[in-house]
Design a protein around this ligand. Structure first.
Ligand SMILES: Nc1nc2c(c(=O)[nH]1)N[C@@H](CN(C=O)c1ccc(C(=O)N[C@@H](CCC(=O)O)C(=O)O)cc1)CN2
Length: 292
């Protein structure tokens, strides 16, 4: 039986935000420029509203300017595109983020493609995705970046380790696989249609759950001693009628098998916003003369 360590993403994210705040202070003193992050929320999705509120709060706490734009769920695609173009042209805005998911009538890919790649702090623009894929400097999606920071903090070098990423989304699975490759891991991207998924997962020294299905990855799928990063944030019903958050990994079953695991909540989630702040500062440094 293995003793399973908890990877405390909340504490790590707090430390990272404090370090970013120090860097922001230094940047502002040197350039007289305040990094600005614009967040666009379309519609009233309650979870998105909470994430956007937290982004604004943590941006200000880090000493940066937060610019929030809230559009009605009925906003047209042209309205959203016009706002993005306005933010592209605004020199006080160094980072732009359009909160996902967007209402169904809006073409998310068209919106993401309109963001200036230099201000694309989500790293979702094809230019940034392409730069990451060929190993050039890129703005990297926040959740995968957070996973890599947690892994390196816990394991040191990742070189030569077998990593299995369960999930192939553009936001998490694919960019995370690229980042793991950059760390010299041997990477498999698996998904719900992978043949003998449990056996594939059991190969992993690093197992990532990023499939968006509550507790799909069972304890018996985990190699003893593996490091498990759970990206899933799924709200499920409790017997008392309330709800609770669970990840993509059956957390209780992982105890005594995994060497280390991120909890949900309090694991990867808080790293997403901390890495957004880091990307905003990076983007500002690149845009401001003498900022780097
Ligand atoms: N444009 C983007 N949209 C979305 C992204 C993104 O990176 N860019 N990611 C998610 C939502 N997200 C940030 O936007 C996000 C999700 C979760 C957390 C977080 O801290 N979660 C907490 C639990 C929160 C809760 O109680 O509900 C945790 O895991 O501890 C932060 C940010 C989709 N959209």
């Amino acid at each position: 039986m293995v003793e399973t360590r908890l990877i405390d993403g909340k504490a790590f994210a707090e430390g990272l935000r404090a370090r970013i705040a120090d860097e922001v202070t230094e940047f502002k003193a040197r350039t007289a420029v305040t990094p600005g992050l614009a967040v666009v929320l379309v519609g009233e999705d309650p979870a998105s509203a909470v994430y956007v509120r937290n982004k604004g709060k943590q941006t200000v706490e880090a000493g940066m300017a937060s610019i929030e734009h809230k559009l009605a769920a009925s906003a047209s695609q042209d309205e959203v595109l016009a706002l993005v173009r306005q933010l592209n042209a605004d020199p006080a805005v160094h980072g732009i983020l359009v909160q996902l998911p967007l209402p169904a009538h809006i073409d998310a890919q068209a919106v993401l493609a309109t963001i200036d790649p230099a201000k694309d702090v989500d790293g979702f623009h094809v230019v940034n995705a392409g730069r990451l894929a060929v190993g050039l400097d890129a703005l990297v999606p926040c959740t995968p970046l957070g996973c890599i920071l947690l892994l390196k903090h816990n394991l040191g070098s990742l070189a030569g380790l077998e990593a299995v990423v369960v999930g192939r989304s553009n936001i998490v699975g694919k960019p995370l696989a690229q980042l793991l490759l950059r760390e010299d891991c041997t990477v498999t991207i698996a998904h719900s249609r992978t043949r003998d998924l449990p056996e594939v997962c059991r190969r992993a020294d690093i197992l990532i759950g990023a499939v968006g299905r509550p507790e799909m990855i069972r304890g018996a799928w985990i190699k003893p001693g593996a490091t498990v990063i759970d990206v899933g944030i799924n709200r499920v019903a409790k017997p008392d009628g309330g709800t609770r958050l669970v990840g993509d990994v059956a957390f209780e079953e992982a105890q005594g098998v995994a060497g280390a695991i991120t909890p949900v909540p309090g694991g990867v989630g808080p790293m997403t916003i901390a890495c957004l702040l880091q990307n905003t500062l990076t983007a500002a440094k690149r845009q401001v003369a003498g900022g780097a």
